[in-house]
Write a protein that binds this ligand. Structure first.
Ligand SMILES: C[S@@+](CC[C@H](N)C(=O)[O-])C[C@H]1O[C@@H](n2cnc3c(N)ncnc32)[C@H](O)[C@@H]1O
Length: 325
């Protein structure tokens, strides 16, 4: 049978399973089975398909008919005009998150920043920002070992390994570094709402990347509390949030000395990203500055080894920031 007929059959099967993008998906899956681009496939639809490829295509159509996301079947997703490797252990990068990257690239154009990405997943945010902000570098954390492995592979693929260090760590474990910019797209779905998400998401994407606790704000709050002690004064916290979380999150930000500076709306006019600046530190305790990450010293940031040195460097920063105000 030729490619055209197989694609039509595949499309019908997907349509019968209520997949609205049935035609496009069928074409993409035939391209995957043939290992050619979709463009090449579409100029060669009369090509006769041998049995092995037809079987491969049939398996891919079956997976999609069960609502497995196309990106997981292809094991890659385009984000900010780059391909990112993905799998079923990490969140598939979303177009809304590109809006965050776009805003940050505009705001910090040509700046030299030290950036922290909390909950990096595929690494799509930090790697996209670093590809725009040539002079910057950073650290990215995730508690999922799968995420860290994949993010590292993506950094390799995009030749950005010298600019970013990926650490398998919880955000609670970062101390003593002063970042210019902290970015995070934390899990923010209310636990009891997860069961109501589309099958593609609730069945195939990891709960760790979705579950924001009883009010959806568990990790967002942690990110805000942590950020106020590891950001520089006037440093920026850039958060992606859920559809209806703006009011609650902006109150938490204000209570924690952040001033909202930019908002980013999605294509449906919902506020989805909040960029806020840290106005002041509070309850500054030098003992909380003691831990410096040996692992990140190779990024070229000054490593302070003695406790005395730590206190001195902390004091210098406080004086500098008071003068700045
Ligand atoms: C919504 S996903 C975002 C992934 C990626 N940044 C993106 O935008 O596509 C949230 C990520 O946060 C990670 N995560 C959840 N709790 C965390 C914590 N306490 N510390 C660090 N990472 C965490 C999850 O493993 C997941 O990869």
């Amino acid at each position: 049978m030729d490619a055209f007929k197989l694609i039509i059959n595949g499309s019908k099967r997907l349509k019968n399973n209520n997949i609205s993008s049935h035609q496009l998906d069928s074409e993409i899956l035939m391209s995957k089975a043939l290992s050619v681009t979709r463009e090449k496939l579409l100029t060669n639809l009369e090509k006769n398909i041998d049995n092995d490829i037809a079987k491969k295509f049939d398996d891919l159509i079956y997976r999609r008919s069960k609502r497995e996301p196309i990106a997981q079947i292809l094991e890659k997703k385009e984000f900010w005009s780059k391909d990112f490797l993905i799998n079923d252990k990490i969140l598939i990068p979303r177009p809304e998150t590109e809006l965050l990257v776009e805003k940050l690239s505009q705001v910090f154009k040509n700046k030299k920043l030290f950036i922290l990405d909390i909950g990096t997943g595929s690494g799509c945010i930090i790697l996209s920002i670093l590809s725009e902000l040539f002079y910057s570098n950073g650290i990215a954390l995730d508690i999922s070992p799968h995420a860290i492995k994949l993010a590292q592979a993506n950094a390799n693929m995009h030749k950005l390994t010298s600019k970013v260090k990926f650490l398998r760590r919880s955000l609670d474990s970062i101390h003593g570094k002063k970042f210019d910019l902290i970015v995070s797209n934390p899990p923010y779905i209310i636990t009891k709402d997860i069961k109501n998400l589309a099958v593609d998401i609730k069945t195939y994407e990891p709960k760790l990347a979705l579950d924001g606790g009883n009010d959806g704000l568990d990790v967002i709050k942690k990110v805000i509390y942590k950020s106020k002690s590891i950001l520089k004064i006037k440093g920026m916290l850039a958060l992606e949030i859920g559809n209806e979380q703006f009011k609650k999150v902006s109150i938490i930000l204000k209570r924690n000395n952040f001033r909202v500076k930019h908002l980013v709306k999605d294509y449906r006019q919902n506020i989805r990203c909040i960029l806020s600046v840290l106005e002041k530190w509070e309850n500054l305790s030098f003992s909380s500055w003691i831990i410096i990450e040996e692992e990140i010293s190779d990024l070229g940031h000054k490593k302070v080894t003695s406790e005395e040195g730590m206190v001195r460097s902390a004091q210098t920063e406080v004086v500098a920031s008071i003068m700045e105000i």
